[in-house]
Write a new protein. Structure first.
Ligand SMILES: Cc1ncc(COP(=O)(O)O)c(C=O)c1O
Length: 313
């Protein structure tokens, strides 16, 4: 059970039973972090938890963070801040009117939305801009986009402990990565015989590896698990989707009963099956894939997914 003001469920571990995996003699388990809470699910809770504690302990009344119009992070923050009796402000990347389901939920959870132009949003990591936001909104604890800070990484270590608490033997843990904060926490907490695999959801320069290295250098604690970021599975880029990915997701979910969304978890499992096929994950491997939630984002992706399916079908 997570140390929090309200009870969260412990994530169950589900073994995937599948003839493809049996043929390749690979055991695949899914750490169902999507099931820990109906709204604040997946890695979001772990990245937010210590940030919210930190804000509360320092006497802040409000937290502020950044995200796109369909952001899982903004959605989860809007609900999680209430658990700590904190107000929340979401700075939302420009070009939307706040009418989509993610932002409607965020408003219903009590979040104040500030719509920033693309130019303004580009300053989201700039400390001078943070000062301007403090001046506009009063003193608030600012959490970087995606919960990508040291508190986010430290909180994510708990996912590894939760996996270990199931008492199964495993040699690989895999997770979808965008900022790499969750991946860094998993690497930090992993036993040294376990290899941690990050499946990048981004195209282009590998910012994930450099971000993770930065955290690991700051937190160096002796023997470290091996880890690697895999860059070949973005399917065209962040939030891009193609027919092969959608087809895979449909078959995987139908066979396992595990729901996926196409931005993070769909790409994670797509990558893992490909790695099993090409033997980057060898026979005898015991893999735990972390289901990081994000299913609320499906509502925003559905029209695009339907369009792609219609074009193919
Ligand atoms: C569902 C989901 N999975 C994975 C990630 C990637 O997490 P990180 O930014 O810590 O790499 C995110 C983004 O926060 C996400 O929303």
């Amino acid at each position: 059970m997570i140390d929090s003001p309200i009870p969260f469920e412990k994530a169950p571990l589900q073994r995937v039973s599948d003839s493809f995996l049996d043929d390749h003699q690979v055991n695949l388990y899914v750490q169902r972090e999507d099931l820990i809470h109906p709204v604040i699910s997946g890695n979001k809770w772990y990245k937010l938890k210590l940030n919210l504690k930190h804000a509360k302990e320092r006497g802040f009344k409000t937290v502020l963070s950044f995200g796109g119009a369909y952001s899982n992070h903004i959605h989860a923050l809007s609900a999680a801040s209430g658990l700590f009796q904190l107000q929340s402000i979401g700075v939302i990347r420009g070009g939307c009117d706040g009418g989509n389901p993610t932002l409607r939920d965020a408003k219903a959870h009590g979040m104040q939305l500030h719509f920033a132009s693309r130019e303004e949003y580009a300053k989201r990591c700039n400390k001078l801009y943070w000062q301007q936001l403090q001046d506009i909104f009063g003193g608030c604890h600012i959490i970087p986009e995606g919960g990508n800070n040291i508190q986010g990484v430290l909180g994510s270590r708990e996912i590894m402990r939760s996996i270990q608490s199931h008492g199964i033997a495993f040699d690989r843990v895999a997770v979808a990565a965008a900022t790499g904060a969750t991946l860094a926490g998993l690497i930090q907490a992993a036993p040294s015989h376990v290899k941690v695999l990050g499946v990048s959801t981004l195209k282009g320069e590998d910012t994930i590896t450099s971000n993770v290295l930065g955290y690991l250098n700051d937190m160096a604690t002796g023997r470290m698990a091996q880890w690697q970021v895999f860059g070949g599975y973005h399917c065209g880029g962040y939030a891009k989707v193609n027919a092969r990915l959608l087809d895979f997701m449909e078959r995987f979910s139908a066979g396992t009963g595990i729901p996926l969304e196409p931005i993070y978890t769909g790409k994670l499992f797509y990558a893992l099956y490909d790695m099993v096929l090409n033997r980057q994950i060898p026979a005898g491997a015991n893999v735990v894939a972390v289901h990081t939630g994000g299913l609320q984002g499906l509502r925003g992706m559905q029209p695009l997914m339907d369009k792609i399916k219609a074009r193919v079908g």
